[in-house]
Ligand binder design. Structure first.
Ligand code: SF4
Length: 380
């Protein structure tokens, strides 16, 4: 297999599973109200990081969970550990997720001091009722102040916003977008609320206690985001992502380009040397395994060249500018134009995909609403 098929990963993800409370819609690998595990986590994750042998990274993304849930002392120790365990390239993008209620001047200064240069805040909404429905523990003022505080020191602030929450109207959502547009933000990610099996929202919906928004309402809200954020000067560059000029998330671009990444921590998924591996989702199992010198890996899959090319096409097509199938072929050795000919033709015929040239495909305006359908067809 050609060397270029499995590029050396230059990106890393570190998962921090701690949260003060599990939000009703959350399906991430999280432990709520288990701060007693933090010390064990810090030792375990350091061991796993050590096994990477100080890779050079262009992007490091620390997510969760809530990485800023640590107290100031633990946060300092964690940041020092990351500084020691990676070699950062010049201009490395180091992102850290944070929740508004944890953002203090002291913690922001610590992040800045240790090299974090991008903060992604889990704002979700500026509407007090919607925040309550989503079981978030911050207030709209908390969120606004946190954005301001981080922007003053670190500059590069991204926020996540959820739409189509139970009871939310189009006008509520437009207000969220308008508030966000006035803040010093470089990046916004917007997601429709999903009801995942195993979450309390899933059971509450089954009981009739919560209802999901209609599909037409969800589409209207998504279109409102595209319009509102582009009017405010953000470029829509990926299905869920909007950025100011020069502020696209380099770490996520690396995922979408399928370039490989290291990942450590409970539930973390990595793609290294043609293998996809996922760590145990349970924090306590992860800790036990690391403490007894066992592998934290729960699942392992070797990716074929065809799978790799299909996945790169499926993720790549989420980029608003589309993908060049000739480049994909030269980098993977597989011709998506040939093996996905029927899928591409069907998507073009249905008005979901535009074939701009024999090798360049991109989603149409309508196709952007059906990106998952197109991606599923490319995956075969
Ligand atoms: S704060 Fe985020 S990671 Fe933590 S429980 Fe809520 S949604 Fe999940």
């Amino acid at each position: 297999m050609a060397q270029e098929v499995w590029p050396l990963p230059r990106a890393a993800y570190v998962h921090v599973p701690f949260c003060r409370h599990r939000c009703g819609y959350c399906n991430f690998s999280v432990v709520a109200d288990r701060d007693d595990l933090i010390e064990r986590y810090l030792c375990a994750v350091d061991l796993e990081l050590e096994s990477l042998h100080r890779p050079v990274v262009d992007t490091l993304f620390v997510g969760g969970g809530t990485p800023t849930h640590f107290d100031a002392g633990q946060l300092r120790r964690f940041l020092c550990m990351l500084q020691q365990r990676f070699r950062f390239s010049n201009d490395c993008e180091w992102s850290m997720e944070a929740n508004p209620e944890d953002v203090t001047r002291e913690k922001v200064a610590l992040l800045h001091e240790h090299g974090v240069n991008r903060v992604s805040l889990g704002v979700q909404s500026f509407n007090v009722d919607k925040l309550q429905v989503l079981e978030r523990t911050h207030s709209p003022d908390n969120a606004i102040n946190a954005v301001q505080m981080v922007a003053d020191v670190i500059g590069n602030v991204s926020i996540d916003l959820i739409f189509a929450a139970p009871g939310e109207t189009l006008s509520d959502w437009r207000t969220d977008l308008a508030v966000a547009s006035e803040l010093p933000l470089k990046h916004i990610s917007t997601y429709a609320l999903t009801f995942e099996k195993g979450t309390s929202f899933w059971s509450r919906r089954a009981r009739g206690d919560l209802s999901s928004a209609s599909e037409s309402c969800e589409v209207e809200m998504y279109q409102a985001a595209r319009q509102g954020l582009s009017d405010a000067g953000f470029q829509h560059y990926e299905i869920s992502s909007f950025a100011r000029e020069g502020s696209r998330c380099q770490h996520n671009l690396n995922y979408w380009k399928g370039l490989g990444w290291h990942a450590v921590g409970p539930g973390a998924a990595r793609f290294v040397d043609g293998k996809r591996e996922v760590n145990h989702r349970s924090t306590t199992t992860y800790l036990r395994r690391m403490e007894s010198a066992e592998s934290p890996t729960a699942e392992r899959e070797t990716i074929t060249r065809e799978q790799y090319a299909r996945e790169r096409a499926a993720f790549g097509v989420r980029m608003v500018k589309g993908i060049d199938l000739d480049v994909l072929k030269s980098e993977t050795g597989v011709s998506i134009a040939d093996i996905c000919r029927a899928a591409i033709t069907q998507s073009v015929d249905e008005g979901l995909v535009l074939q701009q040239s024999p090798s360049w495909i991109k989603l149409t305006e309508r196709g952007i609403l059906f990106a998952d359908t197109v991606a599923a067809r490319l995956l075969g």
